[in-house]
Structures are given as C-alpha cells and as structure tokens.
Design a protein. Sequence first.
Length: 174
Amino acid sequence: MRFQLTRKMARRELTWRPLGYIGSMSSRKKASKPTGFSDEERAAMKERAQELKAEASRGRRADQAAGERDVLSKIAEMPAPDRRIAERVHAIIKASAPALSPRTWYGMPAYARDGNVVCFFQSAHRFKARYATLGFSDKANLDESAMWPTAFALKALTAIEEARIVALVTKAVG
C-alpha cells in the first residue's frame, strides 16, 4: 500500500494517509454529550417570553389582580403535594409582606416589589427535583456578613417552617 503525506493548513500537522483516502478526521470523532438547556429549562424560558408579552399588553405596571390570577392559576396546575405547599406559601407571603405583588416569573409563582422579583416558589415537579424550593433574588435584603443562603428546600410545611418563611420574607422586604 502506498502512502502520501498531507498537511493540515490550520494546525500545520503532518499526517500519513493511504493513497486515495477520502474522508476527514473530524468525521471519525466520537460524538460528545449534547450541551445546552434541558427541556424543562426551555419550557421555562418560553413561559417567561409569554409573561413578558402579556405584561406588555397589560402595561408595565400590571394590576395586582391580574398577577394574583396568574399565580393562582400556576399553583392550581401543580401536582397535589407541591400545590398544598405553594398555596400555604402564597398565603404566608401575602399576609407577612403585603407590599409584594404576586406575579409569575419563568412560569413560577413569584412576588415582586416595584416590578423586581424578590422571592419565588419553584415546584419540585417542574424541574424533576426531590423537593420544592423557596428562592430569593438579589433584590431581597437577606445579606448576612459575606455569605448567606438564597434558596430553601421545602418538603413539608410545619409551624416551624412557616415561622421561618415569615421571618425570611419580612427581612427580604425590609
């Protein structure tokens, strides 16, 4: 078998290939794992785009009743365990921080002050997690020294967790 010397221009590599060889080295590379967003993340981004369109059609300062309807609708769509927790979290936040306006954010119930999301509830079912999450954005005033938590796992709500949520939301708005 006769070989010919070829030169790749980009890397200036020298390779030996059989004479008459057709094909490239890149066609023989192993396929790597796909990168990018998961299906759940893409769905959340689509929901956010729809929320922004709806907000634009209602006006930048959408009335609180529309936000309340959207949040209650999202809570009603959740599976039973997450729905019970979300309904209770919604009631706690409304009672402890009346300054926050309910709205949806990436398809999740969220609570905003002056148009900026302060906290949100993420269903366990939505991202196939083993627990629901109560999260806080950078607009929340939860700063404690140089490091502090911004999300809290919720598997169930007892009086202890409810009291902690009241304290966190009150501090976040304060």
